[in-house]
Ligand binder design. Sequence first.
Ligand code: ZN
Length: 277
Amino acid sequence: MRLGAQLSAMPGFEAVVEEAGRAGLRALQLFSRNPVGGKGQLIPPLPRMKALLTRYAIQPLYIHAPYFVNPAALEKTKHLNAKTVLVAEMRRAKQLGGDYLVLHPGHFSSPGQKEQAWDRTYETLIAMLSAPGKILLENTAGQGKELGADLADIGKLFQRLGRTHRIGLMWDTAHWMAAGHPLTTQADVDRGFEAIDQTVGLARLKGIHLNDGEGAVGSRRDRHAPLLTGPLGREALKALLRWAETLDIGVILETPGRDISSRQSDLTLVRNLMAEF
Ligand SMILES: [Zn+2]
């Protein structure tokens, strides 16, 4: 299975790929820059990144877009800024040898603005598509006025965008539970995949953010937790892994911590469960 993790790129992009590879990861997610602001660090030449990714058979490499821009911003300057930053992120993702740029759809600020906010996200994505590369939109916890907790909304946006091969879904299990869906049993997991199939189409699911949550199901709180310490059930976790293996998609641990050592117990748990198959 393409098991991977979100790791901090602080040690440098090449160093972090080395570290992931030596730890046996087969997928990886990195921020291309500090997610809350500041300059991005230097990107190594693409052939060197590609050689490392090939040597350790790491694929896909997901690049996570920063949080400091809002793709759904209604205010003109902020929206323009989001488009500029995210188009540049598309280029950085490509330069890093990334397969996908992952982003959240954004948020609005006052009630009644939801439709307009989705229009802004649509425009942002159109701008991003002017650069080469593929985009994954992530389902969210629906915290505050965050877009994307409802897969039907994401499905509608996908229909409007077309370009099936360049836009897909990153499914976050902690966000899914926070948005009100239990993941306790095999049936819960099957229902999740069915919902994905009916809204965006299973073929467009290109990765799973495998996280437990801190809050209860339906809490709408976006707080990740180590596996099996929150509402995620052991049976559901096994079912998720089986689905991911069947679909041959990347599974990224975004549980607390920034490096391999902090995720070691989650990695071991997943590997032990896989060995039971
Ligand atoms: Zn996530």
